[in-house]
Design a protein around this ligand. Structure first.
Ligand code: NAG
Ligand code: NAG
Ligand code: NAG
Ligand code: NAG
Ligand code: NAG
Ligand code: NAG
Length: 416
């Protein structure tokens, strides 16, 4: 059984109103500005208004879709309920639900996202921009001290062994004796740094060894990847020109190799360099937040893929909000390579922490994700003779996490 990407969802803010009296007081009657703007946009645009109405109507009237994916709340089936739940989301930090990893936005929208109307509407750039603003407002809240209200060991708190394991503050910078374990905000907890030495780098002096850039589960290796592909139709393929946001260097990667691996909700959320090299480009692309692959919708032959575990993760590399870091590796047999950190649904931001011209060594930090399950890809040029480690296929099949700094591949010297 593959571990879930983490888009197992739980509608905290709203659920909490049933179980947590204190939260009712904190709820806001008025819509927050970003939600109000989204409402005004929806009602001012008949096409978008129809798109949202249709996605709620197109959710099958089957028992299994009566409730949201947590089974705790009736499925959102109209625009006012959606807006109210988005507004509720903004009023609090994620609460750990016993047995759940909370993804409030996914909880509200995952079934609508799987409908034909949803697949289309969430590709709209203005819809994405509004969702981006709502997530930015949430991210701002998650950076405040107030967002620490779930950093405790209560029923819905995160700071306990059953959630974080036994050695958490041994691995990450925190102190269980301090209030909130020393975290300054919920985001500070989510983006916690590792303690030195906790992720030793394999073969630090051997330039032919490429290491894992994140604590992540390999999903797919694709060879001979096309410069452009019709991913809208087929859903699954990588399309380099889309992934790289039309970067002029895209042709250099045509027919190259893509390695994709995902980070689960409780994994470490920073990303690091897989090689020694120089950063030659850093770009963060505002893309979609909730657009899923057409191949997973309710019309698909297989049942929809609510955890977005497979096809949508690949699809999202082409369209989602993402940070693209190009690195010129010191090893000429690798040369120019790409690292793309891809946000998924709740991600409020992918934040690169390097600049053009920076020298990076294997294992040096490149950036981080702020809240959410997320995925990343490495792209190598077609000339690169790259061989992935024995056991990679097993890791893909079994969903094994490969830690940051572990060898993932060896690049062979070019013979020609
Ligand atoms: C579900 O039922 C509602 C109300 O009867 C209807 O408007 C909607 O079209 C139905 N949806 C589907 C997918 O059949
Ligand atoms: C929970 O936290 C409180 C306050 O920090 C502490 O007194 C208590 O011992 C903790 N309980 C457990 C089970 O760790
Ligand atoms: C680097 O690692 C590769 C793969 O393990 C190995 O074949 C090669 O001999 C190593 N090179 C050096 C200089 O140690
Ligand atoms: C990477 O750079 C560091 C620092 O200069 C150096 O110690 C290390 O040997 C280099 N590794 C490779 C593989 O070139
Ligand atoms: C990529 O492969 C295709 C088909 O194998 C070939 O026609 C094309 O010339 C290749 N492109 C590059 C840039 O190598
Ligand atoms: C999905 O199924 C519905 C009902 O069978 C049909 O009207 C619609 O055209 C289908 N959409 C796609 C994209 O196949």
């Amino acid at each position: 059984m593959k571990p879930q990407l983490g888009l197992v969802v739980f509608c905290f803010a709203t659920f909490s109103t049933f179980v947590h009296g204190a939260w009712i007081e904190r709820r806001q009657n008025d819509l927050q500005p970003s939600v109000e703007e989204f409402r005004d946009f929806i009602y001012s645009r008949p096409d978008i208004h129809d798109g949202f109405n249709n996605m709620f109507w197109q959710i099958p009237n089957a028992t299994e879709y009566e409730n949201d994916p947590t089974g705790l709340l009736p499925q959102t089936r109209d625009i006012p309920t959606m807006l109210k739940r988005l507004n509720d989301m903004l009023a609090g930090p994620p609460k750990y639900g016993p047995g759940y990893i909370p993804f409030p936005l996914g909880t509200i929208l995952i079934w609508p996202m799987c409908t034909e109307a949803g697949l289309g509407t969430f590709r709209n750039a203005e819809v994405s921009s509004h969702l981006g603003n709502i997530l930015k407002a949430w991210a701002a809240f998650l950076s405040t001290g107030e967002s620490r209200s779930t950093l405790n060991n209560g029923t819905y708190g995160w700071l306990k062994e059953e959630v974080l394991g036994r050695d958490f503050c041994d691995t990450y910078v925190c102190d269980p004796r301090e209030e909130y374990w020393g975290f300054k905000s919920w985001d500070d907890f989510f983006t916690r740094p590792l303690r030195p030495g906790k992720r030793p780098i394999d073969a630090p002096n051997n330039a032919s060894v490429v290491v894992s850039g994140a604590d992540s589960t390999p999903l797919r290796i694709a060879r001979n990847v096309k410069e452009t592909d019709e991913f809208w139709v087929k859903g699954e393929p990588y399309s380099l020109r889309d992934m790289l946001n039309n970067d002029p260097r895209t042709p250099q990667f045509a027919n190259g190799t893509v390695y994709q691996a995902f980070l689960a909700a409780l994994n470490y959320h920073r990303w690091h360099s897989p090689v020694n090299g120089t950063v030659v480009s850093v770009e963060t692309v505002q893309g979609t937040y909730c657009a899923l692959s057409p191949s997973i919708g309710f019309n698909a032959t297989e049942h929809p893929d609510p955890p977005a575990e497979e096809f949508s993760q690949i699809f999202m590399t082409n369209v989602a909000t993402r940070s693209i870091v190009l690195i010129e590796a010191d090893n000429k047999d690798i040369g120019l390579m790409a690292f793309i950190a891809v946000g998924m649904i709740e991600i409020s931001s992918c934040e690169p922490t390097v600049n053009v011209g920076d020298r990076v060594n294997k294992g040096d930090q490149l950036g981080m994700f702020h809240y959410g399950g997320s995925t990343h890809v490495l792209i190598f040029r077609p000339e690169v003779d790259i061989e992935f480690i024995e056991g990679m296929e097993d890791a893909i099949r079994d969903g094994t996490v490969i830690l940051l700094g572990k060898e993932i591949a060896v690049v062979k010297p070019q013979t020609a």
